[in-house]
Design a protein around this ligand. Structure first.
Ligand SMILES: Nc1ncnc2c1ncn2[C@@H]1O[C@H](COP(=O)(O)OP(=O)(O)OP(=O)(O)O)[C@@H](O)[C@H]1O
Ligand SMILES: [Mg+2]
Length: 309
């Protein structure tokens, strides 16, 4: 039953909630401000303009190790020669996404690209996402219409002398039925050439998936394959230096040889793991007010990370 007093309570609660939300907002905003302030202090201390070891796939930080360089050449060759299907695999955190983003940044203007990273989408949504990433406005949301629209787009681009590429990241997550659909998409071709190139990028499980009997037709079509292995021991120091330089360091941050060896032993040359250790070590060094990232600092960071990776 609703009497007068209940009616008065409701706005009261509402007001209290509002006041509470305001306080919460103020606290969160203050935390955010402190964080920004701390980050500025951190970067000022090291004399850098951005954090050198973020774990995002920022292509501006790309270090062309031997293996990344080779992977890049394979991709460019496959695209230029219109090889149809290309496959790039690599361990978790080996640099697949970073490489793809760097590739997209460097493509000529006559190459139209789409980059799909949500590989768990159902068939229709995936097709839609592909078209939208190519900049198309969806006309009708059914498979036949989407395929027709895509085909027309491809033919138009071909007539303009353009090359079209589709990159599917995290392709190890694609269901076999969707991989089969993608193979069917690649049937869109003229008598003379493929209408577009498809680059499947994924963790080693992608290879296993393509080895299954159900997908043998797709496997046979893959013309270019490359597996990204971790960095070699001698490349770890160069990698760290490269990222520091891109972040704006002029040699003021020092990692001695024994610290580098320890990072290599822990990471096995996997860039994401290198970043995680270095990021932690830099933060610890900042707290200790030193720019020498010594072996004890690195070892402590590794210990802290050991449970997390
Ligand atoms: N060649 C490289 N140059 C610079 N940074 C790199 C390189 N390779 C990897 N990294 C860095 O390592 C981290 C992981 O890279 P990325 O996300 O590209 O790996 P991935 O292979 O796509 O991983 P996942 O298997 O989880 O998708 C990122 O911070 C990225 O910037
Ligand atoms: Mg990735």
């Amino acid at each position: 039953m609703c009497n007068l007093s209940t009616i008065h309570i409701i706005p009261n609660i509402y007001l209290k909630c509002k006041a509470f939300n305001l306080i919460l907002f103020k606290i969160l905003f203050t935390i955010h401000e402190i964080e920004v302030y701390n980050q500025t202090m951190y970067m000022d201390f090291f004399g850098i303009k951005e954090k050198p070891f973020n774990v995002t796939s920022d292509p501006n930080f790309l270090f062309l190790s031997r293996v990344h360089n080779e992977a890049f050449s394979h991709l460019l060759y496959g695209i230029r020669e219109k090889k149809g299907f290309l496959q790039i695999t690599g361990e978790v955190g080996a640099g697949k996404t970073t490489l793809c983003r760097a590739l997209l940044n460097q493509l000529d203007r006559n190459i139209k690209s789409a980059f799909i990273f949500n590989s768990t989408l159902p068939e229709l949504q995936l097709l839609q996402a592909i078209l939208e990433d190519f900049g198309l406005t969806i006309e009708k949301r059914n498979k036949v219409a989407l395929l027709r629209q895509f085909n027309n787009f491809l033919i138009e681009e071909l007539s303009r002398g353009n090359n079209v590429i589709l990159i599917i990241d995290e392709a190890q997550n694609l269901k076999p039925s969707i991989l089969e659909e993608i193979r069917m998409l690649s049937n869109l071709e003229t008598d003379k050439e493929k209408l577009f190139q498809i680059i499947l990028v994924g963790q080693p499980e992608l290879k296993n998936k393509l080895d299954t009997t159900a997908l043998r037709q797709l496997k046979q079509r893959i013309a270019v394959r490359f597996h990204i292995t971790p960095l070699e021991k001698d490349e770890v120091e160069k990698y760290i230096l490269h990222r520091l330089t891109v972040a704006g360091s002029n040699g003021q941050i020092q990692f001695p040889q024994d610290a580098i060896e320890s990072i290599y032993a822990f990471s096995g040359g996997i860039p994401r793991l290198i970043n995680m250790v270095c990021d932690k070590a830099l933060l610890a060094a900042y707290v200790m007010e030193t720019k020498d990232i010594t072996l004890p600092i690195v070892e402590k960071s590794i210990q802290e990370l050991a449970g997390a990776v």
